[in-house]
Design a protein around this ligand. Structure first.
Ligand SMILES: C[S@@+](CC[C@H](N)C(=O)[O-])C[C@H]1O[C@@H](n2cnc3c(N)ncnc32)[C@H](O)[C@@H]1O
Length: 492
């Protein structure tokens, strides 16, 4: 019975390698991958023979291979220096693709898979620098150690997880996404995409998937990843790509006929939906500028559920209040609690945020409390265009949302809007906060580097980021996350 053919997830690697291997036997192959055939061997052939919808699976493996090959080529053209292939299985791209010799390729998989592969490919020479790591990716500690070490070795990394995510529980995908987000040199992440329509088919297939059923079926695929800081840069759908490659799926003639008839009576929209049921997505890490979705949904609930929106000033700013003399600019002010605290102390305050919802809330609070403050919608990455100058700038939770590139731009803008000798106060997540939930952690060293030129750092103190009780419990093991409180002066 087919049920017993797939013993575990590793078997799926033999199954798909079989299809990659036999592609080279076709008259007009889309690629040749003889080593895939060597690796798949009898085990791969046996699984393929016993599984249902083999015409579909074989075809989709070939098309997905072409899509991902192309993603990798494009990424290399855009400066990617390394690939981290998670759950690499029997993939042979380091031997098959034209890669720069110095290119770093790291394959991670279960020890048994790596040992098998090393033995079978012992006499073969990869085209780039290839390393293999034995790791159980479900083990958070092992996984994070791997990510940290790869992150330290390359400035621009593409993470590949081909045929991996569908087999994980949603919580595991979420924590994988968070760990990859924390790996700040991981610029791209390639994963499988399935539409809700496809879920039905997959449920049916699950009955035959033995010990490797599909588990990841989020209601909204794109939203799921966006909430973890990854947004779709490009998506290629299997059917559309197959058309471009002139390789339609080889379905039995009676199915083909009914499919054609069906198509005739379908609206364009419906047809598109049908043809976009599965594909491969190149995700890119969201930078500050595109992190809108995350913040929008945080402010979407009436009454708010944003972890940082605590309804009062952050204690670190209260403690430093006497040092804040003169006008104040609150960057990424959210619903304005910190800005209003200084307004109540008679500082002339301007708060800005790139979202309208929190700005409206801030204005409402100001009028309810009878306080005078100027709240505007503006992007922190465009501060260089401002003409107004301030004695102080405060930042509670904005600095740490930016990528390295955007951070540099933001800091340039800050030095523009501050008067010479003006003071900057930042409260940002510290690397002393364990885990990966919440924003990126900042080290003291990064802070010193960021403010090395044109600034004098007066102090960096360990502080806390007060968060709402429910977030504290679910995201930070019951403790307010640790933060750095930075005081810096713009050089005169
Ligand atoms: C962690 S929240 C902190 C909000 C507020 N400072 C507080 O302490 O309650 C970060 C804020 O930065 C805003 N933000 C993120 N990127 C921004 C950008 N490029 N320009 C302006 N605001 C931004 C978000 O909308 C959000 O309100």
């Amino acid at each position: 019975m087919a049920n017993h053919v797939i013993g575990d997830v590793s078997d799926t690697a033999f199954w798909v390698a079989h299809y990659r291997g036999i592609e080279g036997d076709r008259p007009m192959p889309l690629f040749r991958d003889p080593l895939a055939g060597v690796l798949a061997g009898e085990r791969g052939k046996k699984i393929a023979k016993a599984m249902p919808y083999t015409f579909w699976t074989g075809w989709s493996v070939v098309i997905r291979t072409c899509i991902i090959d192309d993603y990798i080529r494009t990424a290399i053209g855009q400066g990617v220096e390394a690939v981290l292939n998670l759950g690499a299985g029997l993939d042979t791209r380091p031997y098959r693709l034209e890669l720069p010799e110095s290119f770093l390729w790291i394959e991670a998989d279960y020890p048994a898979m790596i040992e098998y592969k090393e033995e079978k490919l012992a006499g073969e020479k990869p085209r780039c620098h290839l390393e293999r790591v034995k790791v159980d990716l479900a083990d958070t500690g092992e996984r994070r150690r791997l990510f940290a070490s790869v992150n330290a070795r390359s400035k621009k990394i593409l993470v590949l997880a081909e045929g991996v995510v569908p087999y994980l529980e949603p919580d595991d995908v979420a924590s994988l996404a968070d760990d990859l987000k924390a790996m700040d040199h991981a610029s791209y992440w390639v994963v499988d995409y399935f539409s809700p329509q496809m879920v039905k088919y997959r449920r049916r297939l699950n009955r035959r998937m033995g010990n490797a059923p599909f588990k990841f079926m989020p209601k909204s695929w794109f939203e799921f990843f966006q909430q973890h800081g990854w947004r779709a840069k490009e998506i290629r759908y299997l059917m559309e790509e197959a058309e471009k490659l002139r390789r339609p799926v080889e379905i039995p003639w009676h199915m083909k006929l009914s499919f054609r008839l069906w198509r005739l009576f379908m609206s364009k929209q419906r047809r598109e939906k049908m043809e976009r049921v599965s594909g491969y997505v190149m995700l890119e890490r969201e930078s500050g500028a595109v992190q809108r979705g995350v913040f929008e949904s945080a402010y979407a609930t009436e009454g708010g559920h944003a972890p940082w929106d605590i309804g009062k000033v952050q204690p670190a700013f209260r403690a430093a209040a006497d040092r804040v003399v003169g006008s104040v600019l609150d960057a990424g002010c959210g619903t304005g609690e910190n800005a209003l605290f200084f307004a109540a102390r008679d500082n002339a305050v301007t708060g800005f945020d790139f979202l309208e919802a929190p700005i409206l809330a801030a204005k409402r609070k100001a009028s309810e409390r009878g306080l005078k403050a100027n709240f505007i919608v503006a992007d922190a990455l465009k501060l260089e265009e401002w003409t107004e100058r301030f004695d102080n700038a405060i930042d509670s939770g904005l600095f740490h949302v930016f990528s390295d590139e955007d951070r540099a731009r933001y800091v340039r803008g800050l030095s523009r809007v501050l008067k010479s000798g003006g003071r900057l106060f930042i409260l940002c997540f510290s690397d002393q906060t364990p885990g990966t939930q919440g924003p990126r952690r900042i080290t003291q060293e990064e802070l010193r580097r960021t403010f090395a030129d044109g600034w004098e750092i007066e102090s960096i103190e360990l502080a806390r980021f007060e968060t709402r009780p429910e977030a504290k419990k679910t995201m930070f093991a019951g403790e307010d996350p640790k933060a750095w409180f930075v005081m810096a002066r713009r050089a005169s």
